[in-house]
Design a protein around this ligand. Structure first.
Ligand code: ZN
Length: 251
């Protein structure tokens, strides 16, 4: 790590030399390497995180190019996790990056979640988020829930035993087809970039051990309407996951 690369970041009292050292010794798992995941990965790689694990089973498609930070037309048809890892290596060669071209199922979640200090959300489906929530609460790893659709998105830090989990917020998985996807409702290019910036900032707070981190603070941003709202989510009494420690999405 060279001092000059991170000088502007270390000048922040909330980070400083000690925060930068902690970042360099930290690791993050990024599940999904679309717009949300790739912008988040880029922010953390540039911030000087030590190690990233990327998971995505999809290939780069032409419909991704209007919003995904790391991909260019020559990447079309390549696995997203591999193309993202290469691009990240070019911009931050000191970061150790592992990529898995795979769907995050229960077995892989049990393998990779305990290896990291924070898990970040680059997903487009709730079912895998419930799996991440189970694995993170079980292994006491913080994660950041983040979702985008159309012109808006929301994000919330989930810190096991310090605040609510995803199932305190959404107790049950909604029936398939009841939540619209970005393919159906569309997605404005800058929206995932904005939510990824928020998510990456939360991850940095978690990794440097900031007292400003607010577990359970849900932020909803609508970029088109120019509106931001903050809601405090409480732990739900009798939550099957963080209350009763029943992990139904794991094997
Ligand atoms: Zn809970």
């Amino acid at each position: 790590m060279t001092g000059s690369r991170f000088a502007r970041q270390m000048a922040l009292p909330a980070i400083g030399r000690e925060g930068q050292r902690r970042l360099g010794e930290s690791s993050a798992l990024i599940v999904g390497c679309g717009a949300l995941g790739s912008h988040t990965a880029e922010a953390l790689a540039r911030a000087g995180i030590g190690r990233l694990i990327l998971v995505d089973r999809d290939l780069v498609a032409e419909t991704n190019l209007h919003r995904v930070a790391l991909f260019t037309p020559p990447d079309l048809g390549r696995p997203k996790a591999e193309a993202a890892a290469e691009a990240l290596h070019r911009l931050a060669p000191d970061v150790a990056i592992a990529s898995h071209v795979a769907h995050l199922g229960p077995k892989l979640a049990e393998e990779v979640v305990p290896q990291v200090d924070v898990v970040l959300d680059g997903l487009d489906n709730l079912e895998t988020r419930y799996l991440i929530n189970d694995a993170c609460v079980k292994h006491r790893v913080p994660w950041v829930y983040t979702a985008v659709l159309a012109t808006h998105g929301m994000t919330m830090p989930i810190v096991p035993e310090q605040g609510p989990c995803l199932r305190c917020l959404f107790p049950d998985l909604p029936p398939p087809g009841t939540i619209p996807t970005c393919a159906e409702a569309g997605i404005l290019g800058p929206v995932p970039a904005a939510l990824a910036a928020w998510q990456a900032t939360t991850a940095i707070q978690i990794l440097v051990g900031s007292a400003d981190l607010a577990p359970g603070r849900l932020v909803h941003l609508d970029l088109w309407a120019g509106r931001a709202e903050t809601i405090s989510v409480a732990r739900a009494a009798g939550c099957p996951c963080c209350g009763e420690r029943r992990f139904g999405f794991l094997p």
